[in-house]
Design a protein around this ligand. Structure first.
Ligand SMILES: [Fe+2]
Length: 288
């Protein structure tokens, strides 16, 4: 088997075949995957056979997995569970249940974990059970948004910091954390412009968690964030993936945003397991 990386759009996204990511990978093979990740931001590995253990092993090649805090059903593990199935009973969760309401914010463009103190390098999502229709995931490149700016605008953005706030983004869909949950997620500040240390490509850290620009009036900050998101997410330059069981996608949370799309949660079963890799301690070291 030899690794093949096939680009999916002119700007970003690639399909990776000829590799079984459920087994320990040779150093050279993983280095090729890591290089493709830097180049394409979103890597789709069709038809894999990851279970929880092998997903963690593959994830840790990129770097340390984040722990999942309260609010996700898988809190206390390294997994963030995206599912309409009750973890204990395996039965479908009713749509008016708080756990389903919580997941509604996934329909907004976002960057996983950007509300945390340390931004993530990437997420890895493995499809364990998929509905026969619906439930696709869409991706957009935030390098495209940065590249579309003038040199003067880029220079201005390079100096900015952005506030990301989990309470803000969940609030956009009307979900409210309890006071105890909320206390786990104070607003954080990040450099607005992210630079891939491997290739120098720049991107912007936007998405639903982005609440405002530090030092700017709320309205002006909102307008900039909305404008950049609009540039990134024009439908003709996005990537949409219709999942098959086994598919695994690795995406760069600093160079791409993504969103879930609807499926009939009453009628169909869906279980996706996500690991999220911290930028701190990621391999290679320059990636942080
Ligand atoms: Fe997400």
């Amino acid at each position: 088997m030899s690794l093949q990386v096939s680009p999916l759009t002119p700007e970003f996204g690639a399909r990776v075949t000829g590799v079984d990511i459920a087994v320990p990978l040779d150093f050279e093979v993983f280095r090729e995957i890591r290089a493709a990740f830097d180049r394409y931001s979103v890597l789709i590995f069709p038809g894999q056979s990851l279970d929880d253990e092998t997903q963690i092993a593959f994830s840790e090649r990129f770097g340390p997995c984040e722990g999942t805090k309260t609010a996700n059903p898988a809190a206390g593990t390294v997994f963030a569970r995206q599912s309409n199935l009750d973890m204990k009973t395996g039965e479908v969760i009713p749509p008016d249940d708080r756990r389903m309401f919580y997941q509604k914010a996934n329909y907004l463009w976002h960057s996983d974990s950007s509300f945390k103190v340390t931004v993530s390098l990437c997420s890895i999502l493995s499809a364990r059970e998929v509905p026969p229709e619906g439930g696709a995931t869409e991706f957009a490149s935030t390098r495209v948004a940065y590249d579309s700016l003038s040199d003067a605008e880029k220079a201005e953005l390079d100096m900015l910091e952005v506030e990301h706030d989990f309470n803000h983004s969940r609030g956009l869909v009307g979900f409210k954390f309890t006071a105890e949950e909320s206390a786990h997620f104070p607003p954080v500040r990040h450099k607005f412009v992210r630079t891939n240390a491997g290739n120098g490509r720049k991107s912007v850290l936007i998405g639903a968690h982005a609440k405002g620009i530090i030092g700017w009036p709320a309205e002006k900050g909102r307008a900039l964030l909305d404008d950049l998101q609009e540039r990134a997410t024009q439908p003709e330059i996005c990537l949409r993936h219709e999942w098959q069981t086994g598919d695994t996608i690795v995406w760069d949370n600093q160079a791409a945003v993504h969103r879930a799309t609807a499926y009939d949660t009453n009628k169909h079963r869906r279980l996706m397991q996500r690991t999220t890799i911290s930028s701190k301690g990621a391999w290679p070291e320059f990636a942080a």
